[in-house]
Every structure is written in structure tokens, then in C-alpha cells.
Design a protein around this ligand. Structure first.
Ligand SMILES: [Fe+2]
Ligand SMILES: [Fe+2]
Length: 325
């Protein structure tokens, strides 16, 4: 039965029951050991009682798309604070939904992957993502008056695709290498620029777990790529592009602007300002850092795995991803 706050995604999985528990992939077993060692607990390890910023800001104003534009300058101080809080709630909401999606995808991967080391590691990621989902929900509830926005369409589509997919390595490409690299860059940006000290702490805690998750992708995929037929290679490259397109486009925070009473014409102006800033690459320093950081790590990793080839260059350029020559 569909509930108002849940939806169902049909998926068929083949479960592999392992009977050999000897260490077979030492690098993954090391990640598993690290995961057990580094578990933290949002109920105890976050200083929830730390006072918020006196002016109520959550993130740096530079992270609001229209910062520095005439639209921004025209806002009252109270509206600037409101927009700051609402944009933060929107972005953290996108991340929180992503944590739920990651938890579900990894729980499927526990079944799908072969080898005990792979399964053990995925089991730790299920727990990591549950803790991330929990901590972000608590943050939004306690520090942002439980302000929640719906999951963006692109995010829904991406996770429907990941969760409906039967092959683990396609899930890994889209989740651990594309979506999580995007999330890591956003968490880093927010950790660096947080105005609310609790947000900085939450982001840093989450980041401590995320490098393991990308590590799984980087350790497990080379064999898949190496052994793929030419036809399978094409499929891997196309799925990588699909995940990049969904992740890098379409998270426009429409609702926060609406809440502030922006008219349709003003929202069109916001969109135009965003596009022009992107085209000129003329972001405020924090956003430049985000772009450099994300493209640096994501494109480098995907290219190193051989998933970004000249064949897909035009498709990537259309979404602003430049391949190294
Ligand atoms: Fe996570
Ligand atoms: Fe993760």
C-alpha cells in the first residue's frame, strides 16, 4: 500500500549466500575494519545544545544563489536571514533524502555483491547511511524548525533508477561515485562555511564516513570495467552520464524563493542570474571552491576508472563537465 510519505519501487534481486568467510579482498576488509572503528552516534557525539548564530543564519550568505545580485541587495535583513535558512533547509533536505536512498541501495548491495568482504563492507554502509539520515533529520527538526521541502524530481528519478537496477556495479557508479561525490563536495562546502557551529560539526562527522563509501567504488569497479565487453563498456559509460546529468542539473531551490514571496518574474530572474553566473564561472569564492572540488574529485575518479571516454565527451560538455584532454 502506498502511504502519503512513502512510495514503493519494484526491484528484483538475486541474493548470493556466501559460505566462504576467509579474507579475499584485503583492501575492502580494511575499509570494513575502519568502519567498525569509526562509528559515531548522533545521539551522543554532537553538541546539540551549542547556541546557534546570533542572527539566525545557518550557512554563509555566499551559498545563496542570488548573493551579490540586485535581487539579493533589494531584500531586507530579515528576508536575507529567512532565505539563508530556507536555502539551507532545501539543500540539507536533498542530502537527507539521498541518505535514505543510499541506505536502501546499499541494503540491496549486501545481497547482490559476491564475496564476504564486499558484503561485510556494504553492511557497514547501510548503518552509516541510516546514521546520516537520522542526524540530518534531527538537525532540520531542531535547528531549522523542521522546515522540509519535497524531494526534487531529478532525485526521485535517479533513486528510482538506482533502486530498480539489478546490477550492483551500476548502483555503485551512480551512488558511490556520482551522487556521493556530489554530496561530499556539498558537505565540505557547508562544513567550511557554516554559520551554525552544529551544522559544521554534523557535516564533518558525515564526511568522516564518506571517504570509505567512495573507496568501495574505487576498489570494486576496476575489475568490472576491465572484464566488460565493448557493449557493456558502452552501457557503463552511458549510465555514468545519466547519473551525472541527474545529479548536476535540476536541484533548483524553487520553493524557498516562493516562500519568500518572489513572483514568477522574479524567480525567472533568479534562474537567469544562476545560468549567467555559471556560464561566466563567476561564483562567489565558496561556490568556486565547490565546483573545483566536485569536478576535480568526481571527474578524476570516473576518468581513472575508464568510465568517461571521448565517445561521451559531447554529452558531458552539455552539462558543464570538461574532460581532461
Ligand atoms: Fe551518507
Ligand atoms: Fe555515503
Amino acid at each position: 500500500m502506498e502511504r502519503a510519505k512513502a512510495w514503493t519501487i519494484p526491484a528484483t534481486l538475486t541474493t548470493t549466500f556466501e559460505l566462504d568467510y576467509a579474507v579475499d579482498a584485503p583492501d575492502l576488509r580494511r575499509l570494513y575494519e575502519n568502519a567498525k572503528r569509526d562509528q559515531w552516534n548522533a545521539s551522543k557525539d554532537i553538541a546539540w545544545s551549542t547556541p546557534p548564530a546570533p542572527d539566525g543564519r545557518i550557512i554563509a550568505d555566499e551559498l545563496v544563489d542570488i548573493y551579490g545580485s540586485p535581487l539579493w541587495d533589494a531584500l531586507s535583513e530579515a528576508d536575507k536571514v529567512q532565505l539563508n535558512r530556507r536555502i539551507a533547509a532545501y539543500r540539507l533536505g536533498v542530502l537527507m533524502y539521498g541518505e535514505q536512498g543510499a541506505m536502501l541501495a546499499c541494503s540491496q548491495m549486501v545481497d547482490l555483491v559476491e564475496g564476504t568482504d564486499h558484503k561485510f563492507f556494504q553492511a557497514t554502509q547501510v548503518m552509516d547511511e541510516a546514521r546520516h539520515n537520522e542526524v540530518l533529520k534531527r538537525y532540520i527538526a531542531e535547528r531549522l524548525d523542521d522546515l522540509s521541502y519535497p524531494m526534487p524530481r531529478n532525485e526521485v528519478e535517479l533513486f528510482e533508477s538506482i533502486l530498480g537496477e539489478t546490477r550492483w556495479y551500476l548502483k555503485t557508479i551512480a551512488l558511490q561515485l556520482v551522487a556521493e561525490t556530489f554530496a561530499v563536495s556539498l558537505f565540505k562546502l557547508m562544513a567550511e562555511s557554516a554559520r551554525d557551529p552544529v551544522l559544521g560539526e554534523v557535516c564533518r562527522r558525515i564526511l568522516g564516513d564518506e571517504s570509505r563509501h567512495m573507496g568501495f567504488g574505487m576498489l570494486s569497479l576496476p575489475d568490472v570495467v576491465k572484464n566488460a565487453t565493448p557493449q557493456e563498456r558502452t552501457e557503463l559509460e552511458d549510465y555514468t552520464c545519466y547519473a551525472l546529468e541527474k545529479t548536476l542539473t535540476g536541484f533548483f531551490p524553487l520553493e524557498p524563493y516562493r516562500d519568500l514571496g518572489f513572483t514568477k518574474a522574479q524567480i525567472d530572474e533568479v534562474r537567469r542570474y544562476r545560468r549567467e553566473t555559471a556560464a561566466r564561472n563567476d561564483y562567489a569564492p565558496f561556490r568556486k571552491y565547490f565546483k573545483r572540488e566536485m569536478h576535480g574529485s568526481m571527474v578524476t575518479n570516473l576518468a581513472r576508472l575508464g568510465l568517461l571516454t571521448d565517445r561521451v565527451r559531447p554529452r558531458l560538455e552539455a552539462i558543464g563537465v570538461k574532460l581532461p584532454a
